[in-house]
Structures are given as C-alpha cells and as structure tokens.
Design a binder for this molecule. Structure first.
Ligand SMILES: Cc1cc2nc3c(=O)[nH]c(=O)nc-3n(C[C@H](O)[C@H](O)[C@H](O)COP(=O)(O)OP(=O)(O)OC[C@H]3O[C@@H](n4cnc5c(N)ncnc54)[C@H](O)[C@@H]3O)c2cc1C
Length: 440
C-alpha cells in the first residue's frame, strides 16, 4: 500500500475519523485528505478530520460541531502559526464566530443568545480547539461564552441589555480580573479595594494574568468592598463590577509568556479608578458567591478546550507516524511509538466521557463541582501527555514551528495551571468527595 493511500485509509477507518456522511462534501474531504498527506509539511486542515462519532451527541450537538468546524476550516494552521509568531489577537476569528451568532450560545435569546446549554458550549469549545486553533482560538472567545453568567443571573434588566447585548454581538470584548499577585489561588484574600465615592466607587489595587486585557473594552472584576478584618467570613465583603476597562485609569502591561502568544496576558495596576455604581453587579459584598456560580461551567469548558487540543495533537502524531519512514518502515510500526499514542487515545476518550457527563449534569441543575473538577483535571493531564508524545513522535521536527506541535505543547500547559491548579482539584476531591480533613 502506498503511503498516500495508507493515510487516506487510516483517516476513514480511524475511530476518530470523521463521519463522512455528516459533512457537507465527503468527496471534497477525501480529496483534501490525499492533498493533506502530500502537503503535510506545509498545511494541514485539521478541521476535516474532527472526531465526530460520539453516539451520545444530540442532534443539536452534531449541528454545533459541524457549524463550528465549518467556520474553523477558514482559519487554517498557518493563520494560527502567524498569530502566535506575531503575537497578534485573532480578530478575524473572533469576528467570524460573533457574526455567525455563536458568542451567545448559552445566553438568553432576548439578548441575542441561542438559549442552549453548557453541553452545547462544550462541543463548541472542543471543536474550536481541535480544529488546530488550540487554546489561542478558544481563549479568544472563551470569556464571551460564559464569563458574563453573573450578569445574566444577578444583573438588573438594564444591565443585561447594556452588557450582554454588545458582548454577544461581538461589539465588546471582555476580560476577567480575579487573580492577584499577592494572593494567588487564595482568592478570598485578594487585596484590591473598592471604596464608595459619591455616585460610584474608587478601585485601587492590582491584578495579574488577565487574559485579553490588551484588546478588551470591558472587564468583570472582583474586589473587596469590606476589609477582611471587618467581615465574619472571608467570602463576605467581595464585590463584582462589570465596567469599561479605562486605560486612562488602569495601567495594562503585557506579561511575556511561554505559549498562547496570540492571546495576551497582563498585569493591571489601578489607583483611584472611578467606576460608576451602575456597574456593580448584584448586591455589594456578595461578589464571591456570584463568581462561584459560573465556576463549574468554566472548568467544563476549559476541559473541552484541553481535550480538543489533545485530539488535534494525536491526529498529527498518527498521521506523521504513518508517513515518516526510518530504518525502512513507518515509525508508527514500532510499538514504542504506536502504544503511547494508543494510550493517549484511550485517556482522551475517558476524559471526554467525564466532560460530557459533567456538562449534562450541570445543565440538569447539579451544583457541586466533583465532575466539573474531575473533567478539568483528567482532560488537562490527558491532553498534556498527548501533546508531549506528539512532539516526541515527530522527533526533531516536533521542535520545528512549521509542524505546529511545539505550539500545542506550549499551550497545553495552560489548562493544567488555570483557572485552578491540579493540586486544588485534588484538595477539593479529597475533602468534598472523600470526606478527608481540609489540607490547607
Ligand atoms: C495563561 C494564563 C491565563 C490566565 N488568565 C486569567 C484570567 O483571565 N483572569 C484571571 O483572573 N486569572 C487568570 N489566570 C490566573 C490563573 O487562574 C492562576 O495562575 C491560577 O489560578 C494559579 O494561581 P497562581 O498562579 O497565583 O498560583 P499560586 O496560588 O501561587 O500557586 C502556585 C502553586 O502552588 C500550589 N498550591 C498553592 N496552594 C496549595 C495548597 N494549599 N495545596 C496544594 N498546592 C497548593 C498550586 O497548586 C500551584 O501549583 C491565568 C493564568 C495563566 C497562566
């Protein structure tokens, strides 16, 4: 069998091979598959091989998968490579997703959303990442998908109209400001303050790692309105604002970092930043509870983004291992190459089942976080292993930018660290599921 034919056969018969009938033009995809095998070094159109066999997917989920894949197909690997190399926000991608109406996937239709659930948003984020857009593509829209859940849940009607409508339409971009340099994962001890001042508040403090603050017009920010010493519980006295990110009053400085260079991360400094009282979300002092509300959903979405990247990597590894010949045979014929990839497929599939279970439970009203946390942990670890093995499968070329997989490996570190670390997830499971004493 020629190597070209071997790749085509592999794609059609592989368990994550695309369901040819379900896509608009199977002929086109087969042709592209052949083209892909010969042009592997220059351009891959990862979206054409999306895993799409989940028998549990509902009709709506299949529609989301196919519609998002079609949009992603317009943004090939070269687009993401360039965005990464030039540190350039993927504006066109963000706009394409917005214009097709997907930013409001799980927001109410009266504000321009689609009224779907986290189960569908999970499909969307997995598909974006799996298309080869990776964490850069996912992070470019992530905040729009679920970040404003506190506004939807606790905002006034005036706030929902003013805040949700432009965000869903893609006119506003928003960032999320919680993490601080001096408190890290211990969110309840964050030090940024908001003090009442006439018809508004004055905010002073600093935030770190705030994604998209270079391009965002708005910020959802958590600050303390009552000092820690004056509250009975540390979870009290924190307040949430959704407001204009006024660069005259807030210094935004980009952090040079390891990966996801297309989507910036920043430190924010502010001292006496005037914020109108109309931008306070819900009741003053109750901000932490509001933030908690969306946390499980965010973990499920991040898990899906990690999963997508893991599958994208694995697909590349398998294609390369089938093509690359050393010692007179494809490297994928060696079990030392083949077996780790087979393990990764099983690990990713296992993570996928937990992610979609967590999403279903979330949509059904389940409130505690054991499945959302487990999904985030399992997906991030499985995806990391898949990306690492993919780089190793490519040998020296794994280290070359033109093969894209080194970018995947740099990006896949993010879901292991944020929005919550592996250790904090184990703390949660140890304490809340196993009933062990709190360890910190
Ligand atoms: C690329 C990127 C994007 C991000 N985007 C955003 C954003 O948009 N908005 C935002 O608010 N934040 C964002 N973050 C911040 C992210 O959520 C935090 O980095 C993360 O929560 C970890 O906090 P930290 O970095 O302060 O780690 P630390 O709290 O300093 O922890 C450091 C290490 O110690 C471990 N550790 C700490 N305490 C314990 C304990 N009790 N038991 C066991 N281990 C412990 C942690 O697990 C971790 O491994 C982003 C981070 C990155 C890297």
């Amino acid at each position: 069998m020629s190597s070209r034919r071997a790749v085509t056969t592999f794609i059609c018969s592989a368990p994550w091979g695309v369901r040819l009938k379900s896509l608009p033009s199977s002929r086109h995809h087969l042709r592209s598959a052949r083209a892909f095998s010969t042009a592997l070094r220059y351009q891959s159109r990862g979206t054409e091989y999306l895993q799409n066999h989940d028998p549990d997917f509902t009709g709506t989920q299949h529609t989301v998968r196919e519609s998002i894949a079609k949009i992603c197909a317009k943004f090939g690997d070269d687009y993401w490579l360039r965005a990464d190399s030039e540190h350039r926000f993927p504006v066109e991608f963000h706009q394409a997703i917005a214009q097709a109406g997907w930013l409001g996937i799980c927001m109410p239709s009266e504000y321009g959303g689609s009224d779907l659930g986290i189960s569908e948003a999970t499909v969307m984020m997995q598909t974006i990442s799996e298309s080869g857009a990776g964490l850069a593509g996912a992070s470019a829209v992530h905040m729009n998908i679920f970040g404003l859940e506190p506004v939807r849940k606790f905002g006034t009607e005036e706030q929902k109209q003013r805040m949700l409508v432009p965000l869903i339409a893609g006119k506003d971009r928003a960032c999320f400001g919680v993490t601080e340099p001096n408190s890290g994962l211990d969110t309840l001890r964050l030090q940024s303050r908001a003090v009442r001042d006439g018809d508004g508040y004055r905010l002073s403090g600093q935030k770190i790692w705030i994604s998209t603050a270079q391009v965002a017009e708005k910020i959802l920010i958590l600050v303390r309105t009552t000092p820690l010493e004056e509250v009975t519980k540390p979870s009290q006295g924190l307040s949430l604002f959704y407001t204009h990110l006024d660069r005259e009053q807030v210094e935004v400085k980009e952090i040079p970092k390891m990966g996801r260079a297309a989507v910036d991360s920043n430190t924010l400094f502010f001292d006496g930043w005037k914020v109108p009282k109309e931008d306070l979300i819900g009741e003053e002092g109750k901000g932490f509870k509001m933030i908690m509300h969306g946390m499980n959903a965010e973990r499920i979405l991040i898990a899906a983004e990690a999963l997508g990247l893991g599958f994208a990597a694995l697909r590349r590894a398998a294609l390369y291992a089938g093509e690359r010949k050393v010692f007179g045979r494809p490297i994928g014929q060696n079990q030392a190459i083949q077996h780790p990839l087979a393990e990764s497929w099983m690990e990713l599939e296992a993570a996928r089942l937990v992610i979609y279970q967590a999403a279903r439970m979330y949509d059904a009203g389940h409130e505690t976080g054991e499945y959302a946390n487990a999904a985030k942990y399992l997906a991030a670890e499985a995806a990391f292993r898949a990306c690492e093995r993919t780089v190793m499968t490519h040998g020296g070329m794994g280290y070359a930018k033109e093969y894209h997989v080194e970018r995947y490996l740099r990006e896949v570190m993010i879901p292991r660290i944020a929005p919550v670390s592996r250790e904090m997830i184990k703390n949660y499971i140890g304490e809340r599921v196993l009933g062990l004493p709190k360890s910190y």
